[in-house]
Design a protein around this ligand. Structure first.
Ligand code: AMP
Ligand code: GLY
Length: 426
């Protein structure tokens, strides 16, 4: 096949996709992309195109974010004859409605937290009164990773439910909420590539959801990630696929859904076994920024097979570890302040003083003057990924690089992958 691949989206995840596809020999077009993306690499090119995805010719399309998938973009592209990595609107409901996802998990026999779907504040109060902390409250609909509250404070939980159900905090996405039993344990993002019937796993990653060091403060889209997870063997990963992903794919199939795309299981490894806390219908962001740079072999071909419903190859990964650190805007996640000029980047959007093994993925940047500086243009601004022989080495390299990038009010966590680096040393 000729290798013109369209990536739909504009963030750090899509930048990582574009780079990985390009490294695997594709000419990549990103729509709408961002100004940090265009590149000429030895293996291909990355360019941006702001036309609607339906109007852009491509041999393969990979849809990055959940919103266009929930809105049926993959269906429209397939109707136009395109090969697409990404579920149709039917499959995307797995992420579009947490209540639907929970029903599917229960039907598939996948272990998950006990839950209650609620629209009435007094019913919510009765349920919460019977639960032990931590209290977990989620919007049913999409909220960019910010619709989840986990708290030990019952009064805060009740106030959050009231704000969500009234539509005040998240609009219609919050007028149904899911209350969950609180689970504890390490988290793991396991992202699978599905062809409707079969599923193969990408290397697992761990994400850091809270804004501040030590996992405190509000939930964000994710402030950093690393891969692989020390101690998680290939056999255990396959067991997680058998517990979480494959039964879900079978249940979807039984419901008439031909699910071709990424299925991301957010798992909590509890003392009573792994439990799914969420499914997403796409790559994680920033998980993609550590998982994709580790892919070896022909990524374009494996994605094509999944899109065509004929997945025969598996995925392989380099032995190197990857760590990514998100550099976020002042005020993120509540109210990011945009417009500040960013220093430390060169004209190509990479480090002004390049470092081996380090890649800058742009997420929320703008460049109104093509000869001027990149400006802050979103909550998560850049993700800085480093590869290294160990997690500790990748981690130091990522932080050393991130510290050369400055802008007013810049926020980053300094404990990304710290525990994993210690575990790895044991
Ligand atoms: P979600 O968007 O559903 O992945 O939730 C965001 C974050 O909230 C997760 O990564 C967990 O850290 C936390 N969380 C979600 N559900 C639970 C739960 N049932 N118990 C404890 N923490 C949870
Ligand atoms: N990093 C979590 C997500 O992409 O949902």
């Amino acid at each position: 096949m000729s290798r013109r691949v369209l990536v739909v989206g504009a963030g750090g995840r899509e930048h990582a996709l574009a780079r990985a596809l390009c490294a695997s020999g594709a000419d990549v077009v990103v729509a709408p992309g961002n100004p940090g993306m265009p590149a000429e690499m030895a293996t291909g090119t990355i360019s941006i195109d702001v036309r609607p995805p339906e109007e852009i010719e491509a041999d393969l399309v990979v849809v990055g974010p959940e919103v266009p998938l929930v809105d049926g973009l993959a269906d429209r592209l397939r109707a136009a004859g395109r090969l697409v990595v990404g579920p149709g609107a039917d499959g995307a409901r797995v992420e579009g409605s947490k209540a639907y996802m929970k029903e599917l998990l229960v039907a598939a026999g996948v272990p998950t937290a006990r839950h209650w779907t609620v629209t009435d504040p007094s019913e919510a109060a009765t349920i919460l009164a019977d639960l032990a902390p931590p209290y977990v409250i989620k919007t049913d609909g999409l909220a960019a990773g910010k619709g989840v509250l986990v708290t030990d404070d019952l009064a805060e939980a009740l106030a959050d439910v009231a704000d969500k159900l009234s539509g005040e905090s998240f609009g219609v996405a919050g007028t149904t909420v899911v209350i969950e039993e609180g689970l504890t344990g390490p988290e793991c993002s396991l992202i699978a590539l599905c062809d409707g019937t079969r599923a193969v796993a990408f290397a697992p990653a761990q994400d850091f959801k809270r804004i501040f060091d030590g996992d405190v403060g509000p939930n964000t889209g994710g402030m950093g990630a690393y891969s692989p997870m020390p101690g998680l063997t290939a056999i255990q990963i396959d067991e997680l696929m058998d517990v979480a992903v494959r039964p879900t794919l079978s249940a979807l199939r039984a419901a008439g859904v031909d699910y071709r795309g990424l299925l991301y299981a957010g798992l909590m490894l509890t003392s009573s076994g792994p439990k799914v806390i969420e499914f997403n219908v796409r790559f994680g962001d920033p998980e993609a920024q550590v998982v994709l740079p580790r892919v070896t072999g022909d990524l374009v071909e494996v994605l094509r097979q999944a899109a065509a419903g004929e997945l025969v190859d598996t995925l392989s990964f380099s032995q190197e570890a990857a760590v990514t650190v998100v550099v976020a805007a002042q005020g993120y996640p509540a109210a990011p302040v945009t417009g500040a000029p960013i220093s430390g980047l060169g004209a190509d959007g990479q480090l002004a003083e390049p470092r081996l093994g380090v890649t800058i993925f742009h997420a929320g940047t703008a460049r109104p003057d093509p000869d001027g500086p990149f400006l802050v243009n979103g909550g998560r601004v850049l993700t800085v990924t480093a590869l290294g022989p160990t997690i500790a080495a990748a981690r130091s390299a990522a932080y050393a690089a991130a510290d050369t990038i400055e802008f007013e009010g810049r926020q980053l966590r300094y404990d990304i992958a710290a525990r994993a680096a210690e575990e790895e040393a044991r």
